[in-house]
Design a protein. Structure first.
Ligand code: NAD
Ligand code: UDP
Length: 326
């Protein structure tokens, strides 16, 4: 008789958030036992509620800056716990910094104690307002350490430093630098560009463009991002440096607004609002490392991902897209 392999147990800190909820679902579909640990600061129980039908899934409410509860044997730890949208991470900047520094310290210590693989959700924000374009992993970045984004940017940079110190001490650490990601389950209230524009278009409000709208971003659909994160966790040997994950197709914010207006009937013209301090002028990942080491490239084009996201928001908010046209 062939012995059955024990299920691997995966901890997803920040698992009730936007990316985390998709990651939990994909891990369960791949046969893992999944523990979602979350304080529900910016995540919502409703994102993971449907997954509770799966016997391999559990939710633990806990704060990563505090001593962590005993979770039993763990094989893999994904650390996604951090607010991610500028309004949310600036709402309590000291807590954002502590989440990224103390929270990462606590989860790395857990990985070390358990002999578990550890994956850190870092960010393109470690490049700040970049002076090199597109951004490869060996670019050290251009971050204002005194500005309102520093709690997040510098918190994530400190978290990376902790990760590489633990890697040098023998823990199996992987670092993903995630670029702007969008899709179903985004929080309609957290102020990010894709959710803002779609919700505004669906509810017949003017689209808000900060500054000239000529700043650029490169948008990755969430299923592509989750595939990249899982590929990075699985690859052997572990990459010795961070790996950019994102979609290299770059758009101005005005071009994004035009795509949303074309997609949603009755979308209103945009209004211009002030540009936030230190808003990066351009951002596009160089993904050569992810392609070479993981064999990974994003597959979902923006038009297709925006349509899926708009359909989800329309259902979620109980709005017929055509209603906005009335
Ligand atoms: P999100 O805000 O939807 O999810 C973050 C989750 O972490 C939430 O469920 C929140 O409640 C939880 N959390 C926050 N602070 C916590 C704490 N102190 N203790 C326990 N739980 C806590 O954000 P997201 O978009 O899903 O991002 C997930 C991760 O990916 C974050 O680390 C973020 O920095 C990173 N990231 C995201 C993007 C993006 O475009 N979405 C881009 C770059 C990096
Ligand atoms: N932005 C905008 N209107 C909005 C929300 C954001 O013009 O309603 C701009 C924002 O100034 C930035 C870009 O869109 O230039 C992406 O913003 P987001 O907050 O989604 O992500 P980040 O700035 O962290 O990349």
């Amino acid at each position: 008789m062939t012995p059955t392999l024990p299920l691997r147990t995966v901890l997803v800190a920040g698992g009730a958030g936007f990316i985390g909820s998709h990651l939990c679902e994909a891990l369960l579909a791949g046969g893992a036992r999944v523990i979602c640990l979350d304080s529900f600061l910016t995540g919502r129980r409703e994102t993971v509620q449907p997954l509770l039908n799966n016997r391999g899934f559990s939710v633990v409410q806990a704060e990563v800056t505090e001593p962590l509860p005993d979770l039993g044997r763990l094989d893999e730890i994904y650390n996604l716990a951090s607010p991610a949208s500028p309004p949310r991470y600036q709402a309590d900047p000291v807590h954002t910094m502590m989440t990224n520094v103390i929270g990462t310290r606590n989860l790395l210590a857990l990985a070390r104690a358990q002999g578990a693989r550890y994956l850190q959700a870092s960010t393109s924000e470690v490049y700040g307002d970049p002076e090199q374009h597109p951004q490869p992993e060996d670019y050290w970045g251009h971050v204002n350490c005194t500005g309102p984004r520093a709690c997040y940017d510098e918190g994530k940079r400190a978290a990376e430093a902790l990760c590489w110190d633990h890697a040098r001490m023998g823990t199996d650490v992987r670092v993903a630098r995630i670029f702007n990601t969008y899709g179903p389950q985004m929080d309609p209230e957290d102020g990010r560009i894709v959710s803002n524009l779609i919700v505004q278009a669906l509810t017949g409000r003017p689209l808000t463009i900060y500054g000239s709208g000529t700043q650029t971003r490169s948008f990755c659909y969430v299923t592509d991002m989750v595939a990249g994160l899982m590929a990075l966790m699985a690859v052997d040997p572990r990459p010795e440096g961070p790996v950019n994950l994102g979609n290299p197709f770059e758009f101005t914010i005005l071009e994004l607004a035009e795509q949303v207006q074309a997609l949603i009937p009755g979308a209103l013209p945009h209004q211009t609002l002030p540009l936030p301090q230190d808003d990066p002028k351009m951002r596009r990942p160089d993904i050569a490392r992810a392609q070479a080491l993981l064999g990974w490239s994003p597959e979902v084009p923006l038009a297709q991902g925006l349509k899926a996201t708009a359909d989800w928001f329309a259902r979620h908010l109980g709005i017929e897209p055509a209603e906005a046209a009335k």
